[in-house]
Write a protein that binds this ligand. Sequence first.
Ligand code: ATP
Length: 233
Amino acid sequence: MLSVAGVHSYYSKAHILDDLGFDIAEGEVVALLGRNGAGKTTTLKSIMQLVVPRRGSVVFRGHDLVGLPPYRVAKHGLGYVPEDRRIFSDLTVTENLEVGRQPERPGAPTWTVDQLFAIFPNLAERRTNRGKHLSGGEQQMLTIARTLMGNPELLLLDEPSEGIAPVIVEQMAETIRALKSQGLTVLLSEQNLHFARAVADRAIIIEGGQKKFDGSFEALSQQPEIRDAYLSV
Ligand code: ATP
Protein backbone atom coordinates (compact mmCIF):
# COMPACT_ATOMS: atom_id res chain seq x y z
CA MET A 1 0.00 0.00 0.00
CA LEU A 2 2.76 2.42 1.01
CA SER A 3 6.36 2.26 -0.07
CA VAL A 4 8.89 4.71 1.33
CA ALA A 5 12.27 4.41 -0.42
CA GLY A 6 15.58 6.23 -0.14
CA VAL A 7 14.04 9.22 1.65
CA HIS A 8 16.30 12.08 2.76
CA SER A 9 14.58 14.90 4.64
CA TYR A 10 16.04 18.09 6.05
CA TYR A 11 15.13 21.09 8.19
CA SER A 12 17.13 23.72 6.30
CA LYS A 13 20.71 22.35 6.58
CA ALA A 14 19.97 19.70 9.23
CA HIS A 15 19.89 16.28 7.59
CA ILE A 16 17.22 14.36 9.56
CA LEU A 17 16.07 11.33 7.52
CA ASP A 18 18.98 9.50 5.97
CA ASP A 19 18.07 7.01 3.23
CA LEU A 20 14.97 5.79 5.04
CA GLY A 21 12.87 3.09 3.45
CA PHE A 22 10.10 0.67 4.44
CA ASP A 23 6.86 -0.80 3.12
CA ILE A 24 3.42 -1.08 4.69
CA ALA A 25 0.88 -3.62 3.47
CA GLU A 26 -2.87 -3.07 3.49
CA GLY A 27 -4.46 -3.98 6.82
CA GLU A 28 -1.22 -3.85 8.83
CA VAL A 29 -0.66 -1.88 12.01
CA VAL A 30 3.01 -0.88 12.09
CA ALA A 31 4.80 0.85 14.97
CA LEU A 32 7.61 3.26 14.19
CA LEU A 33 9.81 3.18 17.28
CA GLY A 34 12.80 5.21 18.36
CA ARG A 35 14.06 7.56 21.02
CA ASN A 36 13.32 11.26 21.33
CA GLY A 37 14.68 12.98 18.25
CA ALA A 38 15.15 9.74 16.27
CA GLY A 39 13.08 11.16 13.41
CA LYS A 40 9.65 9.54 13.94
CA THR A 41 7.61 12.72 13.56
CA THR A 42 9.73 13.78 10.60
CA THR A 43 9.00 10.41 8.97
CA LEU A 44 5.24 10.88 9.32
CA LYS A 45 5.53 14.47 8.08
CA SER A 46 7.65 13.30 5.13
CA ILE A 47 4.88 10.86 4.15
CA MET A 48 2.23 13.59 4.50
CA GLN A 49 4.46 16.11 2.62
CA LEU A 50 4.39 18.51 5.57
CA VAL A 51 8.15 18.07 5.19
CA VAL A 52 9.04 17.49 1.53
CA PRO A 53 11.85 14.93 1.11
CA ARG A 54 14.78 16.23 -0.93
CA ARG A 55 15.46 12.76 -2.29
CA GLY A 56 13.58 9.47 -2.43
CA SER A 57 10.02 8.40 -3.06
CA VAL A 58 6.83 7.96 -1.05
CA VAL A 59 4.51 5.82 -3.16
CA PHE A 60 0.92 5.24 -2.02
CA ARG A 61 -1.15 2.88 -4.16
CA GLY A 62 1.07 3.56 -7.14
CA HIS A 63 1.13 7.38 -6.79
CA ASP A 64 4.33 9.15 -5.79
CA LEU A 65 3.29 11.71 -3.20
CA VAL A 66 6.58 13.63 -3.04
CA GLY A 67 5.98 17.33 -3.67
CA LEU A 68 2.19 17.21 -3.54
CA PRO A 69 0.52 19.71 -1.22
CA PRO A 70 -0.60 17.95 2.01
CA TYR A 71 -4.31 18.45 1.21
CA ARG A 72 -3.81 16.45 -2.01
CA VAL A 73 -2.02 13.74 -0.02
CA ALA A 74 -5.08 13.58 2.25
CA LYS A 75 -7.31 13.25 -0.81
CA HIS A 76 -5.31 10.18 -1.83
CA GLY A 77 -6.55 8.55 1.39
CA LEU A 78 -4.01 9.41 4.10
CA GLY A 79 -5.12 10.72 7.47
CA TYR A 80 -2.62 12.35 9.84
CA VAL A 81 -3.06 12.83 13.58
CA PRO A 82 -0.27 15.09 14.92
CA GLU A 83 1.07 14.78 18.44
CA ASP A 84 -0.50 18.05 19.57
CA ARG A 85 -4.25 17.78 19.74
CA ARG A 86 -6.02 19.74 17.05
CA ILE A 87 -9.59 20.15 18.14
CA PHE A 88 -11.95 23.10 18.02
CA SER A 89 -12.23 23.98 21.69
CA ASP A 90 -15.51 25.92 21.38
CA LEU A 91 -17.29 23.27 19.30
CA THR A 92 -18.99 20.25 20.82
CA VAL A 93 -17.69 16.73 20.28
CA THR A 94 -20.35 16.08 17.62
CA GLU A 95 -19.61 19.38 15.88
CA ASN A 96 -15.88 18.61 15.90
CA LEU A 97 -16.65 15.33 14.14
CA GLU A 98 -18.95 16.97 11.59
CA VAL A 99 -16.27 19.45 10.49
CA GLY A 100 -14.02 16.50 9.65
CA ARG A 101 -16.55 14.93 7.29
CA GLN A 102 -15.28 14.18 3.78
CA PRO A 103 -16.87 12.27 0.89
CA GLU A 104 -16.80 8.46 0.92
CA ARG A 105 -13.78 6.91 -0.71
CA PRO A 106 -14.05 3.58 -2.55
CA GLY A 107 -11.93 0.92 -0.85
CA ALA A 108 -11.68 2.81 2.45
CA PRO A 109 -13.81 2.24 5.53
CA THR A 110 -16.57 4.89 5.62
CA TRP A 111 -17.37 6.30 9.04
CA THR A 112 -20.48 7.91 10.43
CA VAL A 113 -20.65 9.81 13.71
CA ASP A 114 -22.64 6.93 15.24
CA GLN A 115 -20.10 4.31 14.16
CA LEU A 116 -17.33 6.41 15.68
CA PHE A 117 -19.29 6.77 18.92
CA ALA A 118 -19.47 2.95 19.04
CA ILE A 119 -15.67 2.76 18.82
CA PHE A 120 -15.06 5.76 21.09
CA PRO A 121 -17.63 5.30 23.90
CA ASN A 122 -16.04 8.09 25.98
CA LEU A 123 -16.77 10.55 23.20
CA ALA A 124 -20.34 9.29 22.93
CA GLU A 125 -20.88 10.07 26.60
CA ARG A 126 -19.54 13.58 26.06
CA ARG A 127 -21.08 14.29 22.67
CA THR A 128 -22.58 17.64 23.76
CA ASN A 129 -19.49 18.80 25.68
CA ARG A 130 -17.23 21.43 24.17
CA GLY A 131 -13.74 20.38 23.16
CA LYS A 132 -12.10 22.52 25.84
CA HIS A 133 -13.91 20.57 28.58
CA LEU A 134 -12.47 17.20 27.55
CA SER A 135 -9.47 15.57 29.23
CA GLY A 136 -6.21 15.29 27.30
CA GLY A 137 -6.93 11.64 26.46
CA GLU A 138 -10.43 12.48 25.25
CA GLN A 139 -9.04 15.29 23.10
CA GLN A 140 -6.57 12.82 21.61
CA MET A 141 -9.41 10.38 20.88
CA LEU A 142 -11.46 13.20 19.33
CA THR A 143 -8.57 14.19 17.07
CA ILE A 144 -8.33 10.58 15.85
CA ALA A 145 -12.11 10.28 15.41
CA ARG A 146 -12.27 13.55 13.49
CA THR A 147 -9.49 12.39 11.17
CA LEU A 148 -11.45 9.17 10.56
CA MET A 149 -14.40 11.30 9.37
CA GLY A 150 -12.19 11.93 6.32
CA ASN A 151 -12.43 8.17 5.56
CA PRO A 152 -8.68 7.56 5.24
CA GLU A 153 -7.27 4.23 4.04
CA LEU A 154 -4.01 4.76 5.90
CA LEU A 155 -3.94 6.48 9.28
CA LEU A 156 -0.70 8.07 10.53
CA LEU A 157 -0.75 8.51 14.33
CA ASP A 158 2.00 10.46 16.04
CA GLU A 159 2.62 9.10 19.56
CA PRO A 160 -0.99 8.25 20.44
CA SER A 161 -0.08 7.11 23.98
CA GLU A 162 1.96 10.21 24.81
CA GLY A 163 0.82 12.36 27.72
CA ILE A 164 -2.40 10.52 28.53
CA ALA A 165 -3.42 8.75 31.74
CA PRO A 166 -2.58 5.01 31.99
CA VAL A 167 -6.24 3.95 32.01
CA ILE A 168 -6.82 5.94 28.80
CA VAL A 169 -3.68 4.40 27.25
CA GLU A 170 -5.39 1.00 27.60
CA GLN A 171 -8.54 2.38 25.92
CA MET A 172 -6.38 3.84 23.16
CA ALA A 173 -4.88 0.39 22.55
CA GLU A 174 -8.35 -1.13 22.34
CA THR A 175 -9.41 1.59 19.93
CA ILE A 176 -6.48 0.96 17.60
CA ARG A 177 -7.21 -2.78 17.63
CA ALA A 178 -10.86 -2.01 16.79
CA LEU A 179 -9.76 0.20 13.88
CA LYS A 180 -7.56 -2.60 12.57
CA SER A 181 -10.47 -5.04 12.76
CA GLN A 182 -12.43 -2.59 10.56
CA GLY A 183 -9.73 -2.94 7.91
CA LEU A 184 -7.86 0.29 8.51
CA THR A 185 -4.09 0.38 7.90
CA VAL A 186 -2.17 2.27 10.59
CA LEU A 187 1.37 3.60 10.97
CA LEU A 188 1.94 4.93 14.47
CA SER A 189 5.01 6.45 16.03
CA GLU A 190 5.78 5.39 19.59
CA GLN A 191 8.37 5.50 22.31
CA ASN A 192 6.42 3.05 24.44
CA LEU A 193 7.45 -0.47 23.42
CA HIS A 194 4.80 -2.06 25.63
CA PHE A 195 2.02 -0.06 23.95
CA ALA A 196 3.44 -0.72 20.48
CA ARG A 197 3.57 -4.46 21.12
CA ALA A 198 -0.04 -4.41 22.33
CA VAL A 199 -1.39 -2.86 19.14
CA ALA A 200 1.01 -3.41 16.24
CA ASP A 201 1.84 -6.33 13.95
CA ARG A 202 5.37 -5.17 13.27
CA ALA A 203 8.03 -2.78 14.53
CA ILE A 204 10.30 -0.47 12.60
CA ILE A 205 13.06 1.07 14.72
CA ILE A 206 14.84 4.23 13.62
CA GLU A 207 17.75 6.14 15.07
CA GLY A 208 19.41 9.20 13.57
CA GLY A 209 16.88 9.03 10.73
CA GLN A 210 18.09 5.58 9.65
CA LYS A 211 16.26 2.27 9.89
CA LYS A 212 17.85 -0.08 12.42
CA PHE A 213 15.27 -2.87 12.64
CA ASP A 214 12.19 -3.98 10.72
CA GLY A 215 10.39 -7.12 11.85
CA SER A 216 8.04 -8.82 14.27
CA PHE A 217 7.98 -8.19 18.02
CA GLU A 218 9.03 -11.84 18.50
CA ALA A 219 12.12 -11.21 16.38
CA LEU A 220 12.79 -8.03 18.34
CA SER A 221 12.53 -9.85 21.67
CA GLN A 222 15.21 -12.26 20.46
CA GLN A 223 17.55 -9.32 19.79
CA PRO A 224 17.66 -7.49 23.13
CA GLU A 225 20.83 -5.66 22.02
CA ILE A 226 18.77 -3.79 19.40
CA ARG A 227 16.15 -2.85 21.95
CA ASP A 228 18.84 -1.71 24.41
CA ALA A 229 20.71 0.30 21.77
CA TYR A 230 17.78 2.15 20.21
CA LEU A 231 14.87 2.25 22.66
CA SER A 232 14.56 3.81 26.09
CA VAL A 233 13.15 0.79 27.92
P1 ATP B 1 10.06 13.15 19.49
O1 ATP B 1 9.62 11.97 20.22
O2 ATP B 1 10.85 14.10 20.30
O3 ATP B 1 8.95 13.81 18.70
P2 ATP B 1 11.00 12.14 16.97
O4 ATP B 1 11.63 10.80 16.83
O5 ATP B 1 9.61 12.28 16.49
O6 ATP B 1 11.13 12.60 18.46
P3 ATP B 1 11.60 14.33 15.23
O7 ATP B 1 10.60 15.22 15.86
O8 ATP B 1 11.31 13.77 13.89
O9 ATP B 1 11.95 13.13 16.20
O10 ATP B 1 12.98 15.12 15.21
C1 ATP B 1 14.15 14.62 14.57
C2 ATP B 1 15.26 15.64 14.67
O11 ATP B 1 14.87 16.81 13.94
C3 ATP B 1 15.56 16.11 16.08
O12 ATP B 1 16.95 16.26 16.19
C4 ATP B 1 14.86 17.45 16.17
O13 ATP B 1 15.56 18.30 17.05
C5 ATP B 1 14.97 17.97 14.76
N1 ATP B 1 13.85 18.84 14.39
C6 ATP B 1 12.53 18.56 14.53
N2 ATP B 1 11.76 19.56 14.06
C7 ATP B 1 12.61 20.52 13.62
C8 ATP B 1 12.44 21.81 13.02
N3 ATP B 1 11.22 22.31 12.76
N4 ATP B 1 13.56 22.50 12.71
C9 ATP B 1 14.80 22.00 12.94
N5 ATP B 1 15.02 20.78 13.50
C10 ATP B 1 13.95 20.05 13.84
